[in-house]
Design a protein around this ligand. Structure first.
Ligand code: HEC
Length: 462
């Protein structure tokens, strides 16, 4: 009997342990980046309470970066408003959890085309442009994070597929949660309050991924999103009206269900085509209309108490000064969208909408994949350049419109015969345009890769 147990133990448990990888401890005064340099795929880096004044770049697969919170003391990554990003990762299978991240200029946690990411239990305060920002990743989970004071989106899921965003709290930011150029996203049980806008899903034209569809926004608290817009002038979110609960722009197959949406001063939910906040320098490949938007049962109350001038003007046509719970603008009123209980809401522009034929999305529990996604295939230099451009540059540069940075077309005109000059700029960007933020240096890329991505950017056609 004993030997049988022993046999089971060795056969079953030892292999399980041995693939767990090693643990590497980082303590106050040491560097997290040094630990990443030492780590092998499969390892866990444990960061003990202390102050870490650095930017961390993870370019390996299957690394867990885990803070250890002891007696209420956190490991704190401090940007001191000097550093750009707290954590950048480009590996697959990266987990980042239990870290406090404060006062960076760029992003708190940015994923650059890593698949199978998990970002949870982090606490992010005043971290610049984007708080948690997985870009161009397949299969992810973002949960139990608390973020505040972000100039653009606290949680920005950009050009991703298959992601669950749940149980996060986002506040005092311009956009709370943003699902952009992304497919199969479940946004559930989050608390989005006191932002300019709570939860947004839309298409930004001019990016390599052209669509947003299959988004469920379910069982969230979306309240009092009335913080004046402090987004960088010219950026897309700087055009979002203060007092927006939920914004759907040009996205398709979106379900809004079971949310409590209240106290948002312009409107509870606005559904619109691309003309709403972009001066759509049209991208022929991005279809501008919101199709198949389904508003199921939600609790919407006390929205529209102090709407922005544009909403006030529209409501004046109805002899009202109060914004609606639900407003359909532009082609949103014409398209094939539906409401489950028209009479439960104060609406504007939804007259032509039908009654939804489904009542719930309860059958969809998660949009994560059942198995990890394979890493993206990189067979040659061209693939690698595309991978870098999509994973990094497209976070701030669209082809033909201003995002955080100038349009790629503008850059092509400046550098068309000078890829070396472009490659040099991105290693050490200078502050050029007074009305743009400074571009963060991309000096973690080797000179060869910088040149590759420069050449790629100059050849972009859409
Ligand atoms: C976090 C946002 C961000 C990311 C990521 C980013 N950029 Fe930029 N980029 C900017 C901003 C903002 C400017 C404008 C800076 C200015 O004019 O002062 C800019 C400007 C530029 C310029 C214009 C230089 C000039 O002389 O006018 C080039 C070229 C450029 N970026 C290339 C890239 C490439 C290539 C990548 C990817 C490796 C990239 N950028 C990633 C934000 C970003």
């Amino acid at each position: 009997m004993k030997s049988l147990k022993y046999l089971l133990f060795t056969v079953l448990l030892i292999p399980a342990w041995s693939c767990l990888g090693a643990e590497i401890a980082v303590r106050d005064g040491e560097s997290i980046q040094d630990a990443v340099t030492k780590a092998e795929p499969g390892d866990t880096i444990l960061v003990y309470p202390g102050s870490y004044k650095e930017s961390v770049y993870i370019d390996k697969d299957n690394i867990t970066l885990r803070g250890v919170v002891q007696k209420g003391k956190w490991p704190v990554l401090e940007g001191e408003k000097l550093r750009n990003d707290a954590i950048l990762y480009s590996g697959n299978g990266i987990t980042i959890e239990w870290l406090k991240i404060v006062e960076y200029k760029g992003n708190a946690i940015m994923g650059q085309s890593g698949n199978n990411y998990v970002i949870r239990n982090n606490w992010v305060i005043d971290a610049g442009v984007y708080g948690i920002f997985p870009q161009f990743g397949v299969n992810g989970l973002i949960e139990y994070n608390v973020l505040s004071g972000i100039e653009d989106a606290a949680i920005y899921v950009g050009m991703c597929d298959n992601v669950d965003v749940r149980h996060n709290e986002v506040f005092d930011s311009v956009a709370g949660i943003e699902i952009e150029n992304t497919r199969h996203a479940l946004v559930e049980n989050n608390y989005a309050h006191n932002n300019t806008a709570g939860i947004l899903t839309f298409i930004t034209p001019g990016l390599p991924i052209k669509t947003t569809y299959d988004v469920i926004i379910r069982d969230n608290f979306i309240v009092n999103n009335n913080t004046p817009n402090f987004g960088a002038p010219g950026s897309i979110v700087s055009g979002v009206p203060v007092g927006t609960g939920v914004l759907i722009m040009a996205a398709d197959d979106v379900v809004i269900e079971g949310n409590i949406i209240s106290g948002n001063n312009s409107f509870g939910l606005v559904i619109t085509d691309l003309s709403f906040i972009t001066n759509v320098s049209s991208d022929p490949e991005s279809e501008p209309n919101p199709d198949n938007i389904q508003v199921l049962d939600n609790f919407m109350i006390n929205n529209g108490n102090d709407p922005v001038a544009e909403v006030r003007a529209l409501m004046a046509t109805r002899l009202s000064t109060t914004g609606p719970d639900i407003m359909a603008l532009g082609t949103a009123g014409e398209e094939d969208n539906c409401l489950l209980n028209q009479q439960a809401y104060r609406t504007y522009g939804t007259k032509k909408w039908g009654v939804c034929d489904r009542t719930t999305t309860a059958d969809i529990v998660s949009y994560q994949l059942p198995e990890p996604a394979p890493a993206r295939l990189i067979e040659n230099d061209q693939d690698r350049a595309a991978h870098l451009y999509n994973g990094i540059c497209a976070g701030c540069h669209a082809y033909n419109l201003r995002m955080i940075g100038p349009a790629a077309m503008v850059i092509q005109a400046l550098y068309h015969d000078d890829p070396e000059g472009l490659a040099e700029f991105i290693a050490k960007p200078a502050k050029i345009r007074p009305d743009y933020p400074e571009m963060p240096p991309q000096d973690y890329l080797s000179p060869e890769l910088r040149l590759k991505v420069a050449e790629y950017m100059l050849k972009l056609e859409k």
